[in-house]
Design a protein around this ligand. Structure first.
Ligand code: ADP
Length: 310
């Protein structure tokens, strides 16, 4: 029976020698979703993408893309997915048009299909005037846009973006996201994202945090933020152990990053004036603010209950 799932995995596992890179991953991602898999370096994000896109075989477990079992027909899967990796697949000595024509031939698009698709994508990515320029002459943001154009040339059902904006400045990152949004709107593509910039993942419909190959928590970013805490109290201090000892009984254990402590609080928990008086001079600054996805990440990955920061 056909499901509405773009991606499904059941117990998907990858072992490299002694390293358990991905551990019994169970995912269900609906068609059309903007999905984010988040976690520190070495957590298993790229290995997951590699298994889903037939670049590496799973040690055990199963994966389906648009209801096709990945292990059954790798060639069909490669036609169903688009891939954009951190390392560009483009030849910088060739023009945009040459690069995309070359990729189109690999997808068996006819010359006229290729031409009209490249036209369309040049317009989405605002590269019409650059089509016959060599990649060396483009900015980093424009080259990334061409990478994505190459990834979606064959109108994949699922687009995998592995750290797509790494190394780009903020304006370029923003425009890459505008392009991806437009592709999602126009073509109903499912997008599977990994990123270090968690503010970008806030736009996802659903994110999962992964650590040491295992899923930790997942949900809609706004829900995860809401569930974390009402507020975060940040204290800069030269005596973090002292402050931790004083405040842990009140608010629970904090996250410590060098000389900054973060506590989860409800606004009603705290009389800031009193707190400042009690803690005295060892506090160099104190502020409270609403949490965000970065806080969810920190509390998941560096949670005091888990022991230590990675
Ligand atoms: P992430 O993408 O989250 O940074 P990876 O999926 O690249 O993490 O890596 C997960 C774990 O698997 C890491 O411990 C990494 O060193 C290991 N790993 C990844 N690829 C290989 C490989 N080809 N051979 C051996 N170990 C690997």
């Amino acid at each position: 029976m056909r499901s509405n799932l773009a991606i499904k995995t059941q117990g998907l596992t990858k072992q490299f020698g002694q390293t358990l890179a991905v551990n019994k991953l169970d995912l269900e991602i609906e068609a059309g979703q903007f999905y984010g898999l988040l976690g520190p370096n070495g957590a298993g994000k790229s290995t997951t993408i590699h298994m889903l896109t037939t670049m590496t075989a799973a040690t055990s477990g199963d994966a389906w893309i648009a209801d096709q079992l990945v292990a059954d027909d790798p060639v069909a899967i490669r036609r169903t997915v688009g891939l954009v990796f951190q390392d560009s697949a483009l030849d910088r000595t060739m023009t945009i048009d040459e690069n995309l024509q070359f990729a189109a031939a690999m997808y068996n698009l006819s010359p006229s299909e290729a031409d009209s698709r490249i036209d369309e994508l040049m317009s989405v990515f605002k590269l019409e005037k650059k089509r016959h320029q060599k990649l060396v002459a483009l900015s980093g943001g424009q080259r990334r846009a061409v990478d994505i154009a190459r990834g979606v040339l064959h109108k994949p059902k699922v687009l995998f973006l592995d750290e797509p904006t790494i190394g780009l400045d903020l304006p370029n990152r923003r425009s890459i996201w505008r392009f991806v949004d437009q592709l999602r709107r126009d073509e109903g593509m499912t997008v599977f994202l990994t990123t270090h910039y968690l503010e970008e993942a806030a736009a996802c419909d659903h994110v999962d945090f992964i650590q040491e190959g295992s899923l930790q928590i997942g949900g809609a970013p706004s829900e995860l933020v809401k569930q974390l805490a009402e507020y975060v109290l940040e204290i800069d201090t030269l005596e973090p152990e002292n402050i931790t000892a004083q405040l842990t009984p009140l608010f629970g254990a904090p996250i410590q990053e060098e000389q900054q402590l973060s506590f989860k609080i409800a606004a009603s928990d705290v009389d800031f004036f009193e707190l400042q008086k009690t803690l005295g001079d060892v506090v160099s600054s104190m502020q409270w603010r609403r949490p965000n996805l970065n806080d969810v990440y920190l509390w998941t990955i560096c949670s005091p209950e888990l022991g230590e920061a990675t």
